[in-house]
Design a protein. Structure first.
Ligand code: BGC
Length: 736
C-alpha cells in the first residue's frame, strides 16, 4: 500500500469542467424583492409556496382556489399555453401577493417531438446531440407554458430488471456524468429567462437505481464508497452544470429514506457540492416516510423532510396542511421555512416569472414549436445514432441490392404507441413512424410483406403460420420483437428479461425457414437474448426511438447510415448474472480456469454483449497509441491514438479510453471509462484522437473517503468497446 501522506488531496469541486452558474448568482437583483415578499407572507402563504399540486388536464375549482389563497406554489402536469396562462392568471392577479406559480412536467425525452428514450440516446455517446435534443424538448415545453422539467434522470443502473433503467444513461458514471451535464445545458440554456429554457431537475437523489432485486421503490443499501464512486458522479455533474433543482428518490439508503436524509439533502448536496437551487420531493415521497417507518404522523414526516432540506412537497400536501401548527408550536424553526421559500422564489425569479408569468409562452409560439420540421430532423439523427448493431454475421446487413422481397414481422413492427417508449411527454402516437412505415417509405422497388406473428405478451401462436409464409417468400426477414413501450419505466420491473410471450418461439419458427433473419430488438433495457445471439445472424438493438423510429431504422437497415451506437449498459446472458457491469472489481480470486475462482458452474461470467460494444458496416483499426510514461498527481496526461476507417463506407466510431489503477490503497475497477470521442471517418481516412487524463479520471476515494490521486502504475486501454483495445501504461510519480 502507498503511504497516504504522500498522496495529493484533490477536491472534486475544484475539478469542475463545466461552467457553474449557481441559481442565486443568476439574478442577484431579485433578492430584495424576495426579502420583501417574505416579510409580507403569512406562515400559510410561505408553506403554500412549498406545496406542489398535480392537476389532471386543467386545475379544478379547489386547486384554483388554492392558487387564489396563495396555498400552492406549483402545479405539475399542466401544459398548453392557454391552460397554463389561465392558471397563472389566477395566481398572479387574484392572490394577495401575486406570486406566480412554477409549472412542472416530466419532459424526459421530448415534449411533442419524442426522441429516443434516454437509455437509447445514451447509446449515441454523443453529448452534443443529447444536449440538442434536450434543447428541443425545452423549446417545445416552454412554448407550451411549462417552466420546469423533472429531468434529467441520472440514476446509475446496474440491474436491468429495474424498469427505470430506460430513463437513465445506463451503468457508467463517466458516460452518465457527461450526458447528465449535456441534458442540463440543453434544458436550461444560457439564460433561464429565455423563452426556450426550462429549469432542470436532477433526479432521483440518490441511488434510486440501486434497488435490491431491481424491484422499483425497493430498499437500497450501498457503501459510501460505491455511492461516491459509482452512483453520485452524474448528480454532481448535473449540479456543476447548473441544474436548478433536485428531486429526492423514493428509496432509503442504509436505513435512511432519501426524502428524510439531512446527509444527502444538506451535507452532501449543499455543503459539499455547493448546490444553490431547491429540492422537490418525489411524488408523495414525504407522506411515504410513514410507510418507511421513520415518521409516526404526517406532521412528523413533513418535519423530517423539511428539516432534511426538502424544500417542496410534491403531492403529499403535508407541508401546507400539517406544518403550520408545528411551526407555531416552535417545533420547526421559522428560519427553516423561510430558507425553503427563499429557494423556491429564487427559482421563480431566475426564470423571470415575476416579470413574465407565462415565460414567453403563447399559443402561436406553441403551434410553431411543436413538431417543427427541424425538431423531427434532429429526432431522426439522434435515433440513427442510438441504434446499436449487436451482431452481423455474414454481413446480412446492410440489406443487399439483391434483396427484392423483405418480410417485416413481429408485434412491434407497426406499434406506434410503443415507438414512443415510456414517459412520452405530450407525444402523440399518431406522430410516430413505425419500423414498418419507415421500411415501406424507404423500400423503393423492394416489396415488403408484413405479418404481425403474435402480440407482445401473447400466448397464442395462431399468427405464426402467416409470419412463416411471409418469411418464406422473402429474401430477408426483419423481425421487430421485444417489450411494449410501457414494460419499462416506472413500476415496470421484470423478474425475467427474455422476449415476452411467445416471441422467441416466433423467432425460432421464422429462423427455421432458412430465410436470413435480422432481429430488431425494441426494449427499454437489456434483454436476455442468448438464443438469438447464438442462432440469428444479425441483431440490432433499437430501444424505443421516438417519432422517427421507422425512418432511422430503415436508414440503418438499408445502409444509408452505418450504425454507430455503443451499448451504455452490459447485456447479460441470463438474469442470474445480474448485477453484471464492466467496471467491477477484480476480487481476490479473479475468474480463471481454477474451480476456486470467481465464476458460475453453469454459465460463463462474461456478458452476452459488453458495455461499449457496437458494430459498424465498416471496420476501424486502432494504432499508434501514445502517452507519456509519467505524470505528477496534478499533471495532465495526454493520450493519443490513430483511428483509421479500413472499410469501404463512411461511418462514425466511438473511441473509448479506459483506465485501471494497478495498485492502490483501496480496490479499483478492472477498467473505468475515462474518455470517449465520437469521430466520423470516410473510407481510408485516419484521425488522431486525443484525450487528457487528470486527477478527475485518475483519482480515488481513499480509506478516509478523501478524493486523492495516488502515485503508482496505471494501465490505459483504447478501443471500440470495453473489451480488448490497445494497451499502454504510465506512472503517476510520487510527490517529492
Ligand atoms: C416519478 C418521478 C416523476 C414524478 C412526477 C414520480 O412517480 O418517480 O420521476 O418526476 O412522479 O411525475
Amino acid at each position: 500500500m502507498r503511504p497516504l501522506s504522500r498522496c495529493l488531496t484533490v477536491l472534486p469541486a475544484a475539478l469542475i469542467l463545466c461552467a457553474v452558474r449557481p441559481l442565486s448568482a443568476q439574478r442577484p437583483a431579485a433578492e430584495p424583492k424576495i426579502d420583501s415578499l417574505l416579510a409580507r407572507m403569512t406562515l400559510e402563504e410561505k408553506l403554500g409556496q412549498l406545496n406542489q399540486v398535480s392537476v389532471d388536464g386543467q386545475p379544478n375549482a379547489e386547486q384554483l382556489d388554492l392558487a387564489r389563497k396563495g396555498l400552492v406554489g406549483s402545479f405539475l402536469n399542466l401544459a398548453g399555453a392557454d391552460a397554463t396562462h389561465a392558471a397563472q392568471h389566477v395566481a398572479v392577479t387574484e392572490s394577495r401577493l401575486h406570486i406566480p406559480l412554477i409549472l412542472g412536467l416530466d419532459v424526459i425525452h421530448g415534449y411533442r417531438t419524442i426522441f429516443p428514450i434516454p437509455l437509447g440516446e445514451a447509446a449515441s455517446w454523443d453529448p452534443e446531440a443529447v444536449e440538442a435534443a434536450a434543447h428541443v424538448a425545452a423549446k417545445e415545453a416552454a412554448a407550451a407554458g411549462v417552466h420546469w422539467t423533472f429531468a434529467p434522470m441520472v440514476d446509475i443502473a446496474r440491474d436491468p430488471r429495474w424498469g427505470r433503467i430506460a430513463e437513465g444513461s445506463g451503468e457508467d458514471p463517466y458516460l452518465g456524468s457527461a450526458l447528465a451535464a449535456a441534458r442540463v445545458r440543453g434544458f436550461q440554456g444560457k439564460d433561464l429567462r429565455a423563452p426556450d429554457a426550462v429549469l432542470a431537475t436532477v433526479k432521483h437523489f440518490a441511488a434510486y437505481g440501486g434497488a435490491e432485486g431491481g424491484r422499483d421503490y425497493n430498499t437500497v443499501d450501498l457503501s459510501e464508497r460505491t455511492l461516491r464512486e459509482a452512483y453520485l458522479p452524474p448528480y454532481h455533474a448535473a449540479i456543476d452544470a447548473g441544474a436548478g433543482s433536485v428531486m429526492t428518490s423514493f428509496n432509503e439508503i442504509g436505513g435512511i429514506p432519501s426524502t428524510a436524509s439531512p446527509w444527502l439533502m444538506t451535507t452532501l448536496l449543499r455543503r459539499e457540492w455547493g448546490f444553490k437551487g431547491f429540492v422537490v420531493s418525489d411524488w408523495t415521497a414525504v407522506a411515504e416516510l410513514l410507510n418507511h417507518g421513520v415518521a409516526g404522523s404526517r406532521a412528523d414526516a413533513g418535519k423530517l423532510a423539511l428539516e432534511a432540506g426538502v424544500d417542496m412537497d410534491m403531492v403529499s400536501r403535508i407541508y401546507v396542511s400539517d406544518l403550520p401548527a408545528l411551526v407555531r408550536a416552535g417545533r420547526i424553526p421559522v428560519a427553516v421555512v423561510n430558507e425553503a421559500v427563499r429557494r423556491v422564489l429564487r427559482a421563480k425569479a431566475a426564470l423571470g416569472l415575476f416579470d413574465d408569468p407565462d415565460h414567453g409562452a403563447t399559443p402561436e409560439r406553441e403551434r410553431a414549436a411543436l413538431l417543427a420540421p427541424e425538431h423531427r430532423q434532429l429526432a431522426r439523427r439522434v435515433a440513427e445514432e442510438s441504434i446499436v448493431l449487436l451482431k452481423n454475421e455474414g454481413q446480412v446487413l446492410p440489406l443487399a441490392t439483391r434483396v427484392k422481397t423483405l418480410a417485416v414481422i413481429g408485434p412491434l413492427a407497426d406499434d406506434k404507441v410503443s415507438a414512443l417508449g415510456s414517459w412520452p411527454g405530450r407525444g402523440d402516437p399518431q406522430d410516430a413512424l413505425t419500423p414498418l412505415a419507415g421500411i415501406k417509405q424507404r423500400a423503393g422497388s423492394v416489396s415488403v410483406v408484413y405479418a404481425k406473428g403474435c402480440g407482445i405478451t401473447d400466448t397464442s401462436t395462431a399468427g405464426f403460420a402467416d409470419a412463416v409464409a411471409a418469411a418464406k417468400q422473402a429474401d430477408v426477414a426483419v423481425l421487430v420483437l421485444g417489450e411494449a413501450g410501457d414494460m419499462s419505466g416506472e413500476a415496470a420491473s421484470r423478474a425475467e428479461l427474455d422476449l415476452p410471450g411467445v416471441q422467441e418461439r416466433l423467432l425460432e419458427a421464422v429462423q427455421a425457414t432458412g430465410t436470413p433473419v435480422v432481429l430488431v430488438v425494441n426494449s427499454g433495457r437489456p434483454l436476455t437474448i442468448a438464443w438469438a445471439a447464438e442462432h440469428v445472424p444479425a441483431i440490432v438493438e433499437s430501444w424505443f426511438l421516438g417519432v422517427e423510429t421507422g425512418p432511422a431504422l430503415a436508414a440503418v437497415l438499408f445502409g444509408d447510415v452505418s450504425p454507430s451506437g455503443k451499448l451504455p449498459v452490459t447485456f447479460p446472458r441470463a438474469v442470474g448474472q445480474i448485477p453484471l457491469y464492466y467496471n467491477h472489481k477484480n476480487t481476490g480470486r479473479p475468474t480463471g480456469p481454477d474451480k476456486y475462482s470467481s465464476k458460475y458452474i453453469d454459465l460463463p461470467v462474461t456478458p452476452l454483449f459488453p458495455f461499449g460494444h457496437g458494430l459498424s458496416y465498416t471496420t476501424f483499426s486502432y494504432s499508434d497509441l501514445r502517452l507519456a510514461p509519467r505524470i505528477t498527481p496534478t499533471g495532465t496526461l495526454r493520450v493519443s491514438v490513430a483511428v483509421t476507417n479500413t472499410g469501404s463506407r463512411e461511418a462514425a466510431e466511438v473511441v473509448q479510453l479506459y483506465v485501471h489503477d494497478e495498485v492502490a490503497s483501496v480496490t479499483r475497477p478492472v477498467r473505468a471509462l475515462a474518455g470517449f470521442r465520437r469521430v466520423s471517418l470516410k473510407p481510408g481516412e485516419a484521425r488522431t484522437v486525443e484525450f487528457s487524463l487528470t486527477a478527475k479520471e485518475l483519482g480515488l476515494y481513499n480509506q478516509d473517503m478523501k478524493f486523492v490521486v495516488e502515485p503508482g502504475k496505471f494501465r490505459v486501454f483504447v478501443g471500440g468497446s470495453s473489451v480488448g483495445g490497445l494497451e499502454g501504461e504510465f506512472e503517476v510519480a510520487p510527490v517529492r
